[in-house]
Write a protein that binds this ligand. Sequence first.
Ligand SMILES: Cc1cc2nc3c(=O)[nH]c(=O)nc-3n(C[C@H](O)[C@H](O)[C@H](O)COP(=O)(O)OP(=O)(O)OC[C@H]3O[C@@H](n4cnc5c(N)ncnc54)[C@H](O)[C@@H]3O)c2cc1C
Length: 415
Amino acid sequence: MRVCVIGAGVVGVTSAYFLARQGYEVTLVDGRENPGEETSYANGGQLSYSYVAPLAGPGVLSSVPAWLLRDDSPLRFHPRLDPHQWNWCLRFALACRASVSRRVTAEMLTLSYLSRDVLNALLEQEPLSFSHLRNGKLIVYRSGALLEKARALVEYQASHGAEQRVLTAAQTLQMEPALAGMRAHLAGAVYTPGEEVGDCLRFTEGLYGRLLRQPNVRTLMGTSVSGLRRQGARVVAARTSAGDVEADAYVVAAGLGSRALLHPLGQNVPIYGLKGYSLSVPLKDDDTAGPAISVTDYERRIVYARIGAVLRMAAMVDIGGDAGIDERRIALLKRQAGDTFPSLRLDTARPWAGSRPAMPSGKPWIGPSRAACNLWMNLGHGALGFTLACGSAALLTAQMAGIQAPIEPRPFLPE
Ligand SMILES: Cc1cc2nc3c(=O)[nH]c(=O)nc-3n(C[C@H](O)[C@H](O)[C@H](O)COP(=O)(O)OP(=O)(O)OC[C@H]3O[C@@H](n4cnc5c(N)ncnc54)[C@H](O)[C@@H]3O)c2cc1C
């Protein structure tokens, strides 16, 4: 069977890889010249298996007014005369209900743990080099009250298999001495030993390199898809800048570009771009200016990860606005990072901005579309595309092949 996969970000490349391994003849198409050049490019690098709670959660809506008024807010909202934006915000508000958020967290944990297992099995067969480290994660808190709330979440997540410990400030500093700069403000931390980090772009490029060696894979890079042609109940071709691509099945894994491809077929995808930023600071091997363990500054919503020879920090959610780098946001991120790690050479930092392809509930869609009987989707991974890519690709492949799915697929089926 011939499958056309649209999108060569981390989600499309992993999808193409698992489909090829299943024996399909795969054509991978992307408008960019190289894989991973959009949102998968310089993200936070977290393989955040235990931290999959959606952005939509109880308490978020009540925090929004205060966030919007603060200059140093992790969240910014630029309202637009765009029904899609308001529709997304409304659905997001509905997903903030405690019952929904708890259910989504439990469902996402099934997918994230699957992803961890699938990635580790994959690496045994394909030893890819992407600065992959299993060095654990510290979520650090300045507020004692928030740390106590986190303790309750640790207990809840423990019932779903997460291994985590709450640490005092002294224990936190002992584990990660580079945090000494925030000693006076540190309430403590939650430590999760099983968390991993890696370079999402190098992972995507590495797996893409493996795809190129497979006889049943062809890639069409620098080839944008303008639409899908449907005849009766089937999609018969992807219209591309290099002509029609015909296949027996089509997978849309085009991140934010998915909406425009699916809308004309009557498949409405409630996906919206949540812009975030990253900085990459070069570090020497023995450099103690940055943390060795992956650190999340909870109150400021900044993640720090050592990825090979750089310290990558990523943060912020900007809703609306343009896609470019806002220098004021970069200056704020540098100021906050300098506060926490005063010896970092932030003048050498490389800035980047990307838009998370986010669904209101935080859950990706993995499965068949109702718009055509041979059309599939793997999209909407929001802030967790690197973390969830391998599990999502395995789940999609099992559904397409009609074999036993590795986890319950229903929570991720497109509406
Ligand atoms: C600041 C920031 C930090 C992040 N940190 C993390 C993190 O620490 N851990 C984590 O797990 N996730 C993180 N993420 C999220 C993660 O980066 C995304 O979820 C992931 O990259 C999405 O991958 P994707 O393949 O779906 O989309 P993309 O990487 O955007 O790929 C989509 C591809 O589709 C192609 N495309 C689109 N439309 C068309 C078309 N019409 N024709 C042809 N090609 C098309 C694009 O060119 C692109 O290559 C972060 C995101 C941001 C912005």
